[in-house]
Write a protein that binds this ligand. Structure first.
Ligand code: NOJ
Length: 543
């Protein structure tokens, strides 16, 4: 049964995120590339996904692995060429898979020709493409801090001015108040649309309307005007999926972003659930145990608030986040069970699920020596905290738990050298567990995490209640169980998951003790309806 086809296609779609430099290398240089992705399209079709979100592949000095673009209309040679991209779009289409590009519009690289020109003089026509303040060397315009450490302001001696950068010094922020910047961006987006891409993910989009003098970064006053204008000038001319990265989003802002009138985006990534295992008011590196009750309440709040008014994105993982099975599951004795349980919790909610490469294999976090990490954020926090006097073990504990390279280790394809990712030297060390955790083994095993994801994706296509049903959280205060229902007309789905590694009693509410059909479970056999084994997850259809 297909979903009501009046709906946008992305409402019953599942998106797979590829971090291109770590997915598949086809030419032996140790870095994944577009041809490598083409070579793996059969695998992705087998999984059943509808679209691929590619982290940036445009030309870039790679200071932040491509999130620092020096030419928006060219592909970085390390990944291939424009021809390869056209080929990828066409070949993916043959597999019914759309390609979603990552648009980094808050900042460019300092090696972008616009910035090279902008730095030449105050009256250069590109000077105003960036955010500048006059000043005196050593007297910063204010104390705003960049995300990768240090000040947001960088001095340019020849101009007697500071430029603003929310991320590294090599990522100067674009000035969205300048209509010429917006026009260049819209032309570029339309150019990619003409090439047949299926949509865009918009990097830190809630920061584009910053007001540095007021120390406003997220949700600046002109943000939604700019987004609506961009949508009108570009996205609305196609049938696209668009997803904005919006760390500062709230459910009411998300209703604007994902307004069903299509005036902004299809949806946003919100991160409220992602911050629930860090000390309140501190940084992600300041670890705290997960507040499970809060996790349920937060996810439920988003489900309820957007139902009928907007659309959720559903994700545990991306290229910036640690591996979920290591984070909130158990990557040792219950790796398989807990990975499937976490997938169940997420995939039965309302919204568009995103699977990050390797999540479908239950890939895990890594513990490397400092000099084996490559991520700018990880290396900078190590330096910063060392200088502040933190003990090395404490810093490493944070990096093991939250470092971005956890997600970026090469995809584990098989048990051959370097997990079949490259014939050369991988740019980042492969997780040593690749001989036990890899795609080749997963495809052969009926009980693998991969095959469970495949079933979850198939269920989404089969049951409209998973797409459109109303969400209700059950057992809100239960310290172990994540349970909820989805209801659409007379169809009701019941999801019950044991979020932890102990066997527990399943205190299912009376009205659900009646006749029901178990449509998926991560154990071959349940002990009984009243008992949940470690990380047991069940999906029932009520009769
Ligand atoms: C968010 C991206 O996901 C991250 O990887 C990147 O470092 C920053 N934006 C800066 O572009």
């Amino acid at each position: 049964m297909q979903n009501n086809n009046q709906q946008p296609w992305w409402k019953n779609s599942v998106v797979y995120q590829i971090y291109p430099r770590s997915f598949q290398d086809s030419n032996g240089d140790g870095i994944g590339d577009l041809q490598g992705i083409i070579d793996r399209l059969d695998y992705l079709e087998e999984l059943g996904i509808d679209a691929i979100w590619l982290s940036p592949v445009c030309k870039s000095p790679q200071d932040d692995n491509g999130y620092d673009i020096s030419d928006y209309m060219d592909i970085d040679p390390m990944f291939g060429s424009i021809k390869d991209m056209e080929n990828l779009i066409a070949r993916a289409n043959e597999h019914n898979i759309k390609i979603i590009l990552d648009l980094v519009l808050n900042h460019s690289s300092d090696e972008h020709s616009w910035f090279v020109e902008a730095k030449k003089s105050k009256d250069n026509r590109y000077h105003d493409y960036y955010v500048w303040r006059d000043g005196v060397k050593g007297e910063l315009p204010n104390d705003m801090k960049a995300c990768f450490g240090g000040s947001c302001w960088e001095w340019v001696e020849d101009l007697g001015q500071y430029y603003f950068h929310l991320f590294s010094v090599k990522q100067p922020d674009l000035n969205w108040d300048n209509p010429k910047v917006r026009e260049e961006i819209y032309n570029m987006i339309n150019w990619w649309m003409d090439k047949g891409v299926g949509g865009f993910r918009l990097d830190v989009i809630d920061q584009i309307a910053k007001e540095p003098d007021l120390k406003i970064t997220n949700n600046g006053p002109k943000l939604h005007d700019y987004i609506r204008e961009m949508s009108r000038e570009t996205f609305q001319k196609g049938d696209l999926i668009t997803v904005g990265e919006a760390w500062g989003s709230t459910p009411s802002l998300a209703k604007l972003y994902s307004n069903p009138d299509n005036s902004e985006f299809s949806m946003v990534f919100q991160f409220e659930h992602i911050g629930l295992d860090q000390e309140e008011g501190k940084e992600k590196w300041d670890l705290a145990p997960l507040d499970f009750i809060k996790l349920k309440k937060v996810l439920s709040k988003w489900q309820v608030a957007l139902h009928g008014y907007g659309w959720n994105s559903l994700f545990w993982n991306n290229h910036d986040l640690p591996r979920i099975v290591s984070r909130w599951g158990n990557d040792k004795e219950y790796r398989v069970e807990s990975a499937k349980m976490l997938a169940t919790v997420l995939h039965c909610m309302q919204g568009t699920p995103y699977i990050y490469q390797g999540e479908e294999l239950g890939m895990t976090n890594v513990k490397y020596q400092v000099d084996e990490y490559r991520d700018i954020e990880t290396l900078n926090i190590y330096e910063e905290r060392t200088q502040k006097g933190y003990a090395k073990e404490e810093i490493m504990k944070s990096i093991y738990a939250k470092g971005r390279d956890n997600a970026r280790t090469p995809m584990q394809w098989d048990s051959t050298d370097n997990a079949g990712f490259t014939k050369g030297e991988p740019w980042l060390k492969v997780n040593p567990n690749y001989t036990e955790i890899n795609a080749e083994l997963a495809l052969k095993d009926d009980n693998s995490i991969f095959n469970y994801y495949k079933k979850l994706i198939a269920l989404r296509k089969q049951y409209p209640v998973i797409i459109d049903g109303k969400f209700e959280l059950l057992l809100e205060e239960d310290p172990n169980i994540f349970a909820y229902t989805r209801t659409l007309e007379d169809t009701e789905l019941l999801v019950i998951c044991n979020f932890y590694g102990e066997t527990i009693g399943c205190t299912i509410p009376e009205q659900y003790k009646k006749d029901k059909e178990l449509i998926l479970c991560n154990y071959k056999q349940s002990v009984s309806e009243e008992v949940l084994q470690p990380y047991e997850a069940r999906i029932y259809l009520m009769k």
